[in-house]
Write a protein of this length. Structure first.
Length: 170
């Protein structure tokens, strides 16, 4: 344990982050108050057909973290199994955010499968703040596509980039 009571452990917060929202940022900040090292791991998941490239998604998160002065939060990307990435980083903790009750089934399945694949890991679930409990990256993209206001849910840089992407798609 350190003076602050935090254990010297690395926690990995995985996701597609297409794009990062204030809901994710809230989870990152809270995880960074608990753990000495937090890695935000952006999944290079082509199946989800992300609108932003892996480089763009990583860059948005880097810019957000730079502003918050949190040196113990690192941003990275990974492909393949999450547990293999954890092994590579010598990490044993996965952070997940739980928004609503319907997230529970998926999180339970993820946590159980990840533990089967790598028994040494623990999944730590943080309850999403109420004000972000209903948002998801897809919902943000849908609202932006239809011209709705998303300023309460994503950083300014993301709004601009989304507008540009959507213009190009037209
Ligand atoms: N605030 C706002 N939105 C949130 C949120 C929060 N706190 N937590 C989750 N969400 C949103 C996400 O943006 C995502 O939205 P989308 O589906 O519209 O893109 C949705 O809720 C689901 O989130 P999540 O379950 O974290 O999905 P994801 O696609 O972001 O991440 C991985 C899933 C990458 C963690 C998972 O697929 C994975 O581990 N992949 C690696 C391969 C692997 O190991 N597979 C076996 C797993 S057992």
């Amino acid at each position: 344990m350190t003076d602050t009571g935090k254990k010297e452990k690395t926690a990995v917060y995985p996701g597609t982050f297409d794009p990062i929202t204030y809901g994710h940022i809230d989870i990152i900040k809270r995880a960074s108050n608990i753990f000495n090292n937090v890695i935000v791991a952006v999944a290079d998941d082509r199946e989800k057909n992300p609108i932003f490239t892996i480089e763009e998604r990583v860059s948005f998160i880097k810019n957000v973290i730079k502003e918050s002065n949190k040196d113990h939060v690192k941003i990275d990307s990974f492909s393949g199994l999450l547990v293999d990435y954890l092994k590579e980083k010598n990490a044993h903790i996965i952070i997940r955010g739980l928004r609503v009750f319907t997230d529970f089934d998926r999180e339970f399945a993820y946590a159980s499968m990840n533990k089967k694949l790598f028994p040494n890991i623990e999944t730590v679930i943080l309850m999403t703040s109420e004000k972000f409990s209903f948002i998801s990256s897809s919902l943000i993209k849908e609202v932006a596509t239809l011209g709705g206001c998303i300023k309460d849910y994503v950083p300014e840089e993301v709004i601009k980039a989304l507008k540009e992407k959507l213009q190009k798609k037209k």
